[in-house]
Write a new protein. Structure first.
Length: 204
């Protein structure tokens, strides 16, 4: 397990700038976010939820919600993209990723609120995830999506991912990309987090 100090989590936030000129904050999900995260998933369209979870669910089952709100548990992390709208912090997207240190593989899934799709949030989230992957030392970034999910497939193609069959499930397609960028090229919170850890290890 990667130990993350909960009181430090807010420090590891990124500001994502969108092509529309708007910006949003990407931060780790915390235990106090259970309600807003669940409300976000409930408010997604049936189709978006189906595409995100590769099956029909109305909300996150309690056990899964428990995993989502504990950053770093089993080396898996959930992040939410938030904007302040009329003074209220509003979740407009989320992503969950896991890093397997042995194989240096970084797996992720993401979603954007239906009302905010098509404005570049998915692309910005994906770029940030690639940076986090590089920061963790990943060699391969990948995800699986339904073969019918044209938008995710279009986003992955545009972002330079290659495609392969998902082992064991013909309904899915795997998009994957080898990481060759140095994380410094695309600054992100996880890069800073990793750099701090390296500096800390060097000092002890
Ligand atoms: C997939 C998803 C995250 C994309 O987010 P988004 O914010 O709408 O993405 P963007 O606005 O950055 O668009 C990214 C690219 O997707 C592609 N795209 C968008 N709409 C498309 C469509 N109708 N058909 C094909 N490609 C499309 C385009 O390449 C677009 O790039 P462009 O705007 O430069 O042309 C979002 O649609 C979503 O949440 N879907 C439901 C959940 C899901 O499918 N998750 C993926 C499972 S891993």
């Amino acid at each position: 397990m990667t130990a993350l100090r909960l009181d430090d989590l807010r420090q590891h936030s990124d500001i994502l700038r969108l092509r529309t000129g708007k910006s949003l904050t990407l931060r780790f999900v915390e235990p106090g976010d259970a309600e807003i995260l669940q409300a976000y998933f409930r408010a997604l369209s049936t189709r978006s939820r189906y595409n995100r979870f590769l099956g029909a669910i109305r909300e996150l089952p309690q056990t899964l919600l428990g995993h989502f709100i504990h950053a770093g548990e089993d080396d898996r992390f959930s992040v939410i993209a938030v904007m302040t709208i009329d003074g209220i912090e509003t979740v407009v997207g989320e992503a969950r990723y896991g890093f397997e240190a042995d194989t240096r593989r970084f797996e992720f899934g993401l979603s954007v609120d239906d009302r905010w799709q098509g404005q570049g949030i998915g692309s910005a989230l994906l770029r940030n995830l690639e940076c986090r992957a590089a920061a963790l030392g990943a060699e391969l970034v990948f995800g699986d999506t339904l073969r019918s999910n044209d938008v995710m497939i279009g986003l992955a193609r545009k972002s330079g991912f290659a495609f392969a069959p998902t082992p064991g499930d013909w309904k899915l397609v795997r998009f994957e990309k080898h990481i060759d960028a140095a994380p410094q090229d695309i600054p992100c919170a996880s890069w800073r987090l990793a750099a701090e850890r390296i500096a800390h290890q060097a000092a002890i």
